[in-house]
Design a protein around this ligand. Structure first.
Ligand code: ATP
Ligand code: ATP
Ligand code: MG
Ligand code: MG
Ligand code: MG
Ligand code: MG
Ligand code: MG
Length: 284
């Protein structure tokens, strides 16, 4: 290997190796989408084309990075959960985050025309860019809290935005008046405004708006749910038993199984137990 006198600068590089035995979540979020969505005339409060484009990009990222077991997204953001024992890029944070962000952005731009057939991306209106971060969670309880947090956020924003834009578009209020009217209101007040003033039952709004989208690898093997739950809770108790490292053959078998799993989209509740109890294999 040719070691030049300049290679000394390599020593200035610092790597953050994400702690092993923790769950990695990578979240990407559109930069300045408040403005971007205005420039491209997104329908308000929810442009369905844009949500489907986000889902498409996330789906492609999951396909191209098999260690991603689940993704959840709404608005201009997507969170990706990696399998706990992933060794992708030796768990180097910068490699992981930058790869997710640039893959997601590439797919978003590549498929733009499929969803926005009459509006091309252009420099005047700005190109879509995303930022990203990685967060580590120590156990399944925290992972579920994380995804619950994102879905609650989706719900709160959507109820607010739906009421706000109904007041503006159907009620003829100025944005300022609509904002004032909603100040200090609770969820039940917004539901009431939608129903009594506009005959809209919020519960009947499309699930993709209310719940966001969860994309998950589906196991085709029906597994014994209680076995799986016992196993995961045992793992979490950390009773002192040392995890036996998987043999190469075991690893290959599992990787093959993951590749064969179908990637599927749902607009489901991920706050309650059902979704997770049906998919405990995600944490294997
Ligand atoms: P930042 O760069 O800090 O993320 P931002 O302008 O992107 O700034 P966010 O908090 O991420 O701020 O908000 C996303 C914005 O994009 C919101 O204004 C939201 O209403 C809008 N938006 C995202 N997706 C859609 C959609 N499908 N239809 C309509 N508007 C959308
Ligand atoms: P990693 O994902 O680790 O970066 P890599 O395959 O991208 O893996 P690099 O060290 O980044 O590895 O090397 C880039 C590769 O791309 C080299 O093989 C280089 O020769 C090739 N390459 C890059 N640009 C050009 C170019 N303009 N013409 C021909 N080959 C190129
Ligand atoms: Mg942001
Ligand atoms: Mg944003
Ligand atoms: Mg956002
Ligand atoms: Mg390279
Ligand atoms: Mg290179």
């Amino acid at each position: 290997m040719a070691n030049s006198q300049y290679e000394v600068v390599k020593q200035f590089e610092r790597e953050n190796y994400l702690l092993q035995d923790t769950h990695i979540v990578i979240r990407v979020d559109g930069r300045g989408f408040h403005r971007f969505t205005k420039n491209y005339d997104f329908s308000k409060p929810n442009d369905e084309r844009a949500l489907k484009l986000m889902n498409k990009a996330a789906h492609c990222v999951m396909e191209s990075i098999p260690d991603t077991v689940l993704a959840y997204g709404d608005s201009d953001e997507y969170s990706f959960l990696l399998r706990k024992d992933t060794d992708l890029f030796e768990r180097r944070e910068a490699k992981l985050v930058s790869t997710f962000v640039s893959s997601f952005t590439s797919y978003y731009i590549f498929y733009w025309n499929d969803y926005f057939v009459d509006k091309k991306l252009n420099l005047d209106d700005g190109l879509p860019t995303f930022d990203g971060r990685a967060v580590l969670y120590p156990n399944i309880k925290r992972i579920r809290q994380y995804f619950s947090w994102r879905q609650v956020d989706c719900h709160i924003n959507n109820l607010y935005n739906t009421t706000f834009w109904t007041l503006v578009i159907k009620g003829g209020l100025t944005p300022q008046d609509a904002e004032n009217k909603l100040m200090g209101t609770f969820a039940k007040d917004k539901n009431e405004i939608l129903f009594s003033e506009f005959g809209i039952n919020y519960n009947n709004e499309p699930e993709i708006f209310k719940k966001g989208t969860v994309i998950v690898r589906e196991s085709n093997e029906v597994e014994n749910v209680s076995d799986a739950l016992n196993r995961t809770s045992l793992e979490e108790q950390n009773t002192g038993a040392v995890d036996a490292p998987l043999s190469l053959r075991q690893k290959e078998r599992r990787a093959k199984k993951r590749r064969k799993m179908k990637i599927q989209e749902h607009h489901a509740d991920i706050i309650g137990d059902t979704f997770w109890h049906e998919r405990s294999y995600l944490f294997e």
